[in-house]
Design a protein around this ligand. Structure first.
Ligand code: UD1
Ligand code: CA
Length: 455
């Protein structure tokens, strides 16, 4: 039987270049904290344990690692020292130990799998994922001779010949669990930065007669995030990946570059998305849904055949059933729309339950907030709510009821009833002309008075 994999995620660096009170690995990327991408990607390797290495006092980072264990690296003395901090948590583990960085969220599970598989097959003590860098200057260089990795030279310690090498270290390393304590224990800090370099594990393994290998991957996966500008570059790369996957799964996008997805956005086939649509976290879209331009959807399920937008906003906790229509300038918040229900223009439906086939007229507001508490509006099936109505929650409207336009509904409406919640109209025959004459005279008098005072 194959031995299990353990993963160590290094996240104890200072991250100063982000200029942020928020720890770097918690900055959002495609709707998730950066670290969640890393945990998601390594999670798919089905490791027997994941250990996070964090800095002292980083309780929020520890929480983001939960339920996985974290250990504290007391001082940031380098990647080698950080990995060593995890040794206690690796006790008894004999399989491969994969070390990844918390600030490199684009590394795919497939690449990590290739590295682990190559290390197992070639019985390597150490293996790294390498890549050909367009600009190798920030990276450690991989010194490969006759198919074997000899050592890794950090940029600051490289001589001219080594600097010319463009085969670089991604930072993803796989170590043999039976040797990991010995290899990491032998790392010293006699280098330009006076740091303990994890990368020294390669030369140490080779000197002890073990094998070390480099497995090549794509540069786009290995971009690390150190600044806000690099965060934006990573966001774009990830969005491209997510859009590509969505289209491959049967989603049509009129202008993919303007569709913004979250890592967990789920689409069935034959969904069509117009330009300038944003999906926040937690959205599931069923088949044959059409989402027109300029919609913003977050934390919601959209049922099959629904038509959304243009200019609709669907907020968390909403559930839109099959064949629902949500039109322009309609906002839903924690609202369930029953099958075939419609709200086609200018409405706010918050904390509401709208029954199947009900029609919500233009300008309807579910008045859910009284300044202190939020209350629910429950509308049964086949209800007609006339335009410009205010449904003052908590309120219930029964099946098949009709709310007349312009109503302020403050009391429950039973099934089948018609509710008027507005002042009665009075009509005075023949009175329009005298009214106009009176208004005209009044305006003229006001104008004369104004002239006098400004003379
Ligand atoms: C590292 C590699 C380099 C590689 C590059 C890829 C080393 C010595 N160098 O360099 O070969 O090309 O990544 O991007 O490993 N960290 C800690 N504790 C520390 C120091 C770092 O947890 O004391 C964590 C950081 O949070 C980060 C990761 O380790 O997630 C990488 O550290 P960083 O200082 O950015 O390494 P580089 O100098 O970029
Ligand atoms: Ca780095």
């Amino acid at each position: 039987m194959k031995s299990s994999i353990a993963v160590v995620v290094l996240a104890a660096g200072a991250g100063t270049r982000m200029k942020s009170a928020l720890p770097k690995v918690l900055h959002p990327l495609a709707g998730w904290p950066m670290l969640r991408h890393v945990l998601d990607n390594v999670g798919r390797l089905k490791p027997s344990r994941i250990v996070g290495v964090i800095s002292p006092g980083a309780a929020v980072v520890a929480e983001a690692f939960a339920p996985h264990r974290t250990v504290v690296q007391k001082r940031p003395l380098g990647t080698g020292d950080a990995a060593k901090a995890a040794l206690g948590a690796l006790k008894g583990h004999r399989g491969p130990v994969l070390v990844v960085f918390g600030d490199a969220p684009l590394v795919t599970t497939a690449s990590m799998q290739r590295l682990v598989a190559a290390c197992r097959k070639q019985e390597a003590a150490v293996g790294v994922l390498g890549f050909i860098a367009r600009d190798p200057s920030p990276y450690g260089r991989l010194i490969v001779r006759r198919g074997q990795l000899e050592r890794i030279v950090e940029s600051k310690d490289a001589d001219e010949a080594e600097k010319a090498i463009d085969f670089c270290n991604s930072g993803v390393m796989c170590l043999d669990g039976r040797l990991v304590a010995t290899l990491l224990g032998a790392i010293r800090n006699d280098n330009a930065k006076r740091e303990f370099y994890l990368t020294d594990a390669v030369a140490i393994a080779r000197a002890a007669g073990h094998k070390a290998i480099a497995v090549e991957g794509e540069e786009t996966e290995f971009q690390g995030i150190n600044s806000r500008a690099e965060l934006a570059v990573a966001e774009r790369a990830l969005q491209d990946r997510l859009r590509g996957a969505a289209m491959a799964a049967g989603v049509t996008m009129t202008d993919p570059a303007t569709v913004w997805l979250s890592a967990d956005t789920r689409f069935a086939a034959d969904v069509s998305i117009g330009p300038n649509v944003r999906f926040g976290p937690g959205v599931t879209v069923a088949s044959n849904v059409e989402i027109k331009a300029f919609c913003d959807i977050e934390g919601a399920r959209i049922g099959a055949g629904a038509i959304i937008g243009p200019f609709a906003r669907i907020r968390p906790g909403s559930d839109v059933a099959e064949d629902v229509h949500i039109g322009n300038f309609v906002e839903l918040k924690a609202t369930r729309m029953g099958r075939g229900a419609k709200a086609n223009h200018l409405a706010y439906l918050g904390d509401s339950d709208i029954g199947a086939r009900s029609n919500i007229g233009a300008g309807t507001i579910a008045v859910n907030y009284d300044g202190y508490g939020k209350w629910r509006t429950v509308v049964g099936p086949e209800v007609f709510v006339g335009s410009n109505s205010a449904l003052v929650a908590p309120v219930r409207i029964g099946k098949g009821a009709n709310v007349t336009a312009g109503s302020v509904i403050t009391e429950d409406v039973p099934a089948g009833a018609v509710a008027f919640g507005r002042a009665r109209q009075t009509t005075k025959k023949g009175r329009a002309a005298p009214l106009r004459a009176k208004l005209k005279a009044r305006a003229a008098a006001a104008k004369r008075a104004h002239k006098k005072t400004t003379k």
